[in-house]
Design a protein around this ligand. Structure first.
Ligand code: GLN
Length: 483
């Protein structure tokens, strides 16, 4: 049962082969046994999860089920969920019990899904290895000496280790796709504005986007169907007709034009990742796709541009954590200014402070034009590269990350090396495009490799189609780590 897809689980629930309470308990038992080592969850609440499961069983019995009713889903701890501790991986929010639901959480609740718990993450989603979490690093279930990727590393680990049926993540510069690649699961970052950011703790608002993480493209389509949709509480939420993201899954790939950016297969890409990705492209040719070489000439600037813009937005967003309204407050202080200073000094970790300092600097009078404004201009050029490329192809493919999962501690004192693990993912966020990662093989160290698929704006259904057809022809996505 723990290897079953959402569709299979839903069928088993409908056929009463298993109840949602039993399924939820099965996962809770696995979490109790395996989470002490893996550290994928920050919070579980068996009573609340089982109450939701009982309600789902009632709904199934009344034949009022939707495709996600009764399915146990883990939620990244960046989403506010009413009555749940919501920490965002930070000491700053160590005691914050949310009084309301994020839009995404409400959508899952409406669908009758079970919230299985809140997953570990890099502090305020800043990181690529899950090592910046106040709650300790998450372990990669394929090799516990290695990182699961980040920032949605807890969700990726939980899916790979079969500690949930599926999960949510958020992606500002790669945080859904990179951990999906490193843990051998599937994950999708939608077009900016498709999923509401309401109740999702803000990191860099012009880049942040929530998306589904799961074991297959087919599962992602069902999850995205529940998550997407207009929400007037998010001013960047897009007003569009409802889509069924599973509608094109079965289409054959004849005539699909795949663009391979030459910049993604150059220096910096490890040999075993290149090999697995090239084998995946060969499989796509067999499935009827054609391949064209494209160029994204400005993509090499995406990491420096991102590390101006994301910290700039973060420094503004994180000013709300002042020790007054919610979260951590320093126990001893002399006056109001001292209370702010000490609360922030003690509540934030080193990476978050680094970003606040960079962001404050690039926005400061005298440097604004040189850094922030310049970065905004290059952001536009990066987006134009994609517009140009999509004249020649329907989807773009390449590696998700330059290497397989690295060892815990390996990049800890070298932030630039850490930042470079998102070299292939960040441009997609800067352009607001949809991107996904699916498993496509293993590296020389037996760690999973991810294939990135980038779509044009609102190209999610087409990307999911390409991913699903590949998953029908291969079985990388159904491999599981020995635990
Ligand atoms: N690793 C990138 C960063 O540290 C991206 C994180 C994310 O997508 N949330 O900012």
């Amino acid at each position: 049962m723990i290897n079953a897809s959402i569709k299979q689980l839903s069928a088993a629930l409908a056929a009463k082969t298993i109840s949602s309470v039993e399924l939820t308990q099965l996962y809770l038992d696995r979490i109790a046994a395996l989470n002490p080592a893996l550290n994928a969850y920050i919070t579980t609440d068996a009573e609340t999860s089982l109450a939701q499961a009982r309600a789902a069983d009632g709904r199934i019995a009344r034949a009022e089920a939707s495709p996600l009713t009764g399915i146990p889903i883990a939620q990244k701890d960046i989403f506010c969920a009413k009555g749940w501790l919501t920490t965002c991986g930070s000491k700053m929010l160590h005691n914050f019990v949310s009084p309301y639901d994020a839009h995404v959480i409400a959508r899952f609740n409406d669908a009758g899904a079970v919230n299985l718990g809140k997953t570990n993450m890099d502090e305020f989603a800043m990181g690529s290895s899950n090592e910046t979490s106040h709650y300790g690093p998450v372990k990669n279930p394929w090799d516990q000496a290695r990182v699961p990727g980040g920032s949605s590393g807890g969700s990726a680990c939980a899916i790979a280790a079969r500690l949930c049926a599926a999960a949510t993540g958020t992606d500002t510069g790669g945080s859904i796709r990179q951990p999906a690649a490193l843990c051998g699961i599937s994950g999708l970052k939608p077009t900016y504005g498709v999923v509401s950011r309401y109740g999702m703790i803000a990191f860099a608002s012009s880049l942040d986007q929530a998306g589904p993480m799961g074991r297959s493209a087919e599962d992602l389509a069902l999850l995205l169907n529940a998550m997407a949709g207009f929400d007037e509480r998010d001013s960047t939420s897009l007003q569009r007709d409802k889509e069924d993201y599973a509608r094109d899954l079965a289409k054959p790939l004849n005539g699909l034009r795949i663009g391979l950016p030459k910049e993604f297969f150059a220096e910096g890409l490890s040999g075993d990742v290149a090999q697995a990705v090239e084998a995946a492209i060969a499989e796509y040719r067999k499935l009827g796709a054609t391949v064209v070489e494209i160029s994204l000439p400005n993509s090499k600037l995406s990491v420096p541009v991102y590390y101006v813009l994301a910290p700039a937005e973060a420094s503004s967003n994180l000013s709300r954590f002042d020790g007054v309204r919610y979260g951590y407050r320093a126990p001893d202080y002399t006056d109001l200014a001292d209370m702010y200073e000490k609360s922030r000094a003690q509540g934030f970790g080193a990476e978050v402070k680094r970003r606040i300092m960079i962001g404050t600097y690039v926005l400061s009078h005298g440097y604004y034009d040189a850094y922030y404004l310049q970065a905004q201009k290059i952001r536009r050029l990066i987006a134009q590269d994609f517009t140009e490329a999509f004249r020649q192809c329907d989807v773009i493919m390449g590696p998700t990350a330059p290497s397989t999962a690295f060892e815990l501690g390996e990049k800890g004192d070298d932030p630039v090396q850490m930042y470079l693990s998102d070299i292939y993912t960040i441009a997609v966020n800067l352009a607001g495009l949809p991107g996904m990662s699916i498993p496509c093989g293993f590296g020389s160290n037996n760690m999973p490799v991810g294939l990135q698929i980038i779509g044009n704006y609102f190209g999610e259904a087409r990307m999911l189609n390409a991913a699903h057809q590949y998953q029908l022809a291969t079985d990388w996505h159904s491999r599981a780590p020995q635990l």
